[in-house]
Design a protein around this ligand. Structure first.
Ligand SMILES: *Cc1c(COP(=O)(O)O)cnc(C)c1O
Length: 482
């Protein structure tokens, strides 16, 4: 007997009540595709069986259910909102900064309609897309000129290429950073066509090291923010004012990659101090680059501010065209910058800053409200609230931590393997929710830092999924036993 022939026909499955119901919500072709794919899978599974004996054919209802799951997967967008309860506020893998409402509105407006992107409404002639944000950036940083590209990595490559291609770029050995992925300063310099000239030692670099390195091949001096690590102890680096003075005495520019680029004084908000582009410009840097979606709290972008003549050179570089920002990001960036210029309380109006400045007491209240709903949800998992520390993330202020509160989910099985299995199951159950919840595994427990679960709406959304979480968990558990 060829069991494969005994699988139901597509039409038979389509006629089941479950799929008939799904047909009401989804098009015929999509449902049919889910059915076909499910049957293909099943056929393949049966073909892999060594013989016909002992093969169990799935029941019709069971197959229909699998089609429904398949359909669900097909219709789920790949780009999905998640709860970032990892404790890292600006999380690169989770898309960094959530945008403010004005930025979202501006982006939607730009998406829906034609916009005056490179069109001068005064003269009716051709315009330059940078002008949408340039004057705001100059006002906020004190720079003479500004341009924007796709991200800060792009900004660094572009600026290095425009200012130092074919020449040497001098940088301290303590600043040869790797940001993650393939962003390593030495590689970036090479890609930009600069020759790396490193000076000093890992922990200490002196003004005289730069003086000694300067020669007729020097294109520029580079200073990079040591974003994701800190060198502490016996250290020395050259302040920007001094570095700028050395550079200018030798007729070369100083470029500073600030990384994060906070536009408001974080110390005044009770957060750790972070250098402002404005201070770096005032210190004499010719070009300063920073990200749009880190501490600035805007869309992904690389911002370049500085001396007019240098910015013009950067804008003329062919890579500028390849790295340019699109109209949606420009609209979001402009709206974000306007908040910094106009708002009395950027820490309230920029979501990233609101999350970072959220008070521990407020987070603790969220924890207390959620606890009763989850405390005895699962028989084999104990849930408690615990003090924890959030971090800023994305290479901002690497050593600083913000006091916060977490829901800690700890498996209670007696044996270690049982606890590990339960933890994996729990984590997967959270990840497979309609709005996946991403936490952090630590010390044999799942920690959900509640700093980024802010506001009634978010809290309710989290609670709305609790029953599904339980179902997911129990289903997985049953699947493991089977
Ligand atoms: C984050 C960072 C970058 C890269 O910025 P992206 O906007 O992610 O491209 C470059 N340099 C420093 C110092 C950074 O912190």
């Amino acid at each position: 007997m060829d069991v494969r022939r005994h699988l139901p026909a597509v039409d038979v499955l389509m006629a089941t009540s479950l799929l008939q119901e799904l047909l009401q919500h989804h098009g015929h072709s999509l449902v049919k595709r889910a059915v076909r794919d499910t049957l293909d899978d099943e056929r393949r599974r049966l073909q892999e069986q060594p013989s016909d004996t002992g093969v169990v054919l799935p029941a019709l209802d069971d197959l229909a259910q699998r089609c429904a799951t398949r359909l669900d997967n097909l219709t789920q967008p790949n780009s999905r909102a998640v709860f970032n309860l990892t404790g890292t506020v600006i999380h690169t893998n989770l898309g960094r900064s959530p945008l403010s409402e004005p930025a979202i509105e501006a982006m939607a407006e730009a998406a829906r309609h034609p916009v005056a992107l490179e069109y001068d409404l005064e003269s009716g002639g051709r315009g330059d897309r940078d002008t949408l944000v340039e004057s705001l950036l100059c006002e906020l940083t004190g720079a003479e000129a500004a341009t924007v590209v796709n991200n800060n990595a792009g900004a660094v490559v572009l600026a290095l290429g425009a200012l130092g291609a074919g020449r040497e770029a001098i940088i301290s050995r303590g600043e040869l950073i790797e940001i993650g992925g393939a962003f390593r300063m030495p590689d970036i310099m090479q890609a930009a066509g600069c020759r790396l000239h490193e000076v000093g030692a890992t922990n200490r670099t002196h003004a005289r090291d730069f003086e000694a390195a300067l020669n007729e091949e020097t294109g520029l001096i580079v200073k990079a923010h040591t974003s994701n690590y800190a060198i502490t102890g016996f250290t020395k680096n050259v302040p920007e004012t001094e570095l700028a003075e050395i550079a200018h005495r030798h007729g070369v520019p100083l470029m500073v990659d600030l990384g994060s680029g906070a536009l408001t004084d974080l110390a005044a908000l009770g957060l750790p101090y972070e250098a402002l582009p404005r201070d770096t410009i005032a210190a004499g840097a010719d070009i300063v680059t920073f990200s749009g979606d880190k501490l600035l709290g805007g869309p992904q972008a690389g911002i370049i501010v500085g001396k007019r003549e240098m910015v013009e050179r950067i804008k003329r570089h062919p890579l500028k065209r390849a790295l340019r920002l699109d109209k949606l990001m420009l609209a979001a960036l402009e709206a974000t910058l306007r908040i910094y210029r106009d708002s009395d309380a950027p820490a309230r109006d920029i979501p990233t800053l609101a999350l970072l400045t959220r008070l521990e007491a407020d987070i603790a209240e969220t924890a207390e409200r959620l606890l009763p709903a989850v405390q005895s949800l699962l028989d084999d998992i104990e849930v408690t609230t615990q003090d924890c520390m959030s971090q800023l993330g994305s290479g901002s202020l690497p050593v600083d931590r913000l006091p916060s509160r977490a829901l800690v989910w700890r498996p209670m099985a007696k044996d270690r393997q049982g606890r590990e299995r339960a933890l994996r199951r729990l984590e997967a159950a959270f990840r497979s929710l309609p709005r996946p919840v991403i936490g952090r595994l630590r010390d044999g427990a799942l920690h959900l830092d509640l700093r980024c679960l802010m506001g009634d709406v978010q809290e309710q959304r989290f609670l709305d999924q609790i029953d599904t979480l339980k179902t997911n968990y129990l289903q997985r558990q049953a699947g493991e036993r089977a």
